[in-house]
Write a protein that binds this ligand. Structure first.
Ligand code: NAD
Length: 318
């Protein structure tokens, strides 16, 4: 167990780095890295980094902490052991290339999907491991016991068929679904993943991609509707069926073939609990649990790389 505080720098003070929480005045929301770290007990937020003058000023005003224009300068001046990278994926690799010069970094939280593609993410893990750094991708659901234990228990090792709807891109939003489904069960090797077919459906507007691994069959649909954001799954197994809301934060459990909500069932009540829990804490939940999750590094690395691999393959088919 890591005993010391996580002395942290955040690079990238955009939406997920800082802005979402500045726009949302609800004090119970912790959507961003900055607010979550600032208000988590085991963390000491030391500084922020952003190339944008405007974002640096906002950070300075809000957190009253040092802020820098580039990461290397910040790392030379501030003593940290946790680096959070919340810039866009095109510069993840470049930012990490110099990391060998900073021996005190022990952990990196990197925004998903982690680099431009699977190959780059693999190289990023290699650079980090060479330098004794454990890297974790910020697919926050992956670290959340409510998903990893309870939902997974319903479907683990079962044959499942999934209808997955997403808007706003495969890397951006669909990646969250892929990652969550890989938590239900995951393939031993990349060869077990089949991107079976690609059908342009209906009036050539809906995009459908079929992906299979082990006993999991997924139909990914990017529907032709004008909606800002959508990540939704319906998972069918032999006996049960769950359906999520449009942002994977609420789940209803059904008995298959009856289409009746099991309203007095404790599992159903449990999912009601998930709903509230995730909605309010969101990113902070990840930081509250991070320390306990470090020992599963290898597992998270595997799931993150598999997610990245499937994203690449789906993009080829798209
Ligand atoms: N985990 C999630 O649920 C979630 C949600 C939103 C975004 N994201 C991911 O987070 C990443 C950032 O998304 P965003 O919407 O916050 O983007 P954004 O454009 O709002 O923010 C990125 C910030 O990084 C800064 N930046 C860029 N290059 C830099 C550099 N070299 N050094 C320092 N700062 C630099 C930019 O000035 C900007 O402020 C993306 O990879 C995205 O996929 C994840």
């Amino acid at each position: 167990m890591y005993k010391k505080k996580f002395k942290t720098i955040i690079v990238g003070l955009g939406n997920i780095g800082m802005l979402y929480d500045l726009k949302n005045k609800n004090k119970n929301y912790y959507y961003t890295h900055s607010k979550s770290i600032k208000f988590s007990r085991n963390y000491d937020l030391k500084a922020g980094v952003d190339i944008s003058n405007q974002k640096r000023n906002l950070f300075k005003k809000k957190f009253k902490l040092p802020v820098f224009k580039d990461l290397n300068t910040a790392l030379n001046k501030v003593d940290i052991n946790l680096l959070v990278i919340a810039t866009d994926e095109n510069n993840h690799f470049k930012l990490l290339e110099n990391i060998k010069n900073f021996k005190k970094i022990k952990y990196i939280i990197l925004e998903k999907p982690g680099g431009k593609n699977y190959k780059e993410l693999n190289s990023i893990y290699k650079i980090c491991e060479k330098n004794n750094i454990k890297l974790f991708l910020n697919y926050f659901r992956m670290y959340d016991d409510y998903y990893s234990k309870k939902i997974k228990d319903i479907f683990f090792r079962k044959s499942i068929e999934v209808i997955a709807n997403y808007k706003r891109g495969i890397r951006n939003n669909c990646s969250h679904i892929i990652n969550l489904l890989l938590m239900f069960n995951n393939p031993k090797s990349l060869k077990d993943i089949k991107i079976a077919t690609f059908i342009k459906h209906f009036n050539n507007k809906n995009k459908i991609i079929n992906v299979c691994w082990n006993n999991t069959k997924v139909i990914f649909i990017d529907p032709d509707i004008k909606k800002l954001s959508l990540v939704k799954i319906q998972v069918f197994s032999d006996k049960k069926y769950i359906s999520s809301n449009n942002d994977l934060s609420e789940f209803d459990l059904y008995e298959k073939n009856k289409s009746t909500l099991i309203s007095n069932n404790s599992e159903f009540n449990f999912y009601k609990t998930i709903k509230n829990f995730n909605k309010e804490k969101y990113q902070k939940l990840f930081y509250d649990n991070f320390e306990k999750k470090i020992k599963y590094y290898k597992y998270y690395k595997k799931i993150s790389l598999l997610t990245s691999y499937i994203i690449d393959k789906m993009l080829i088919k798209n």
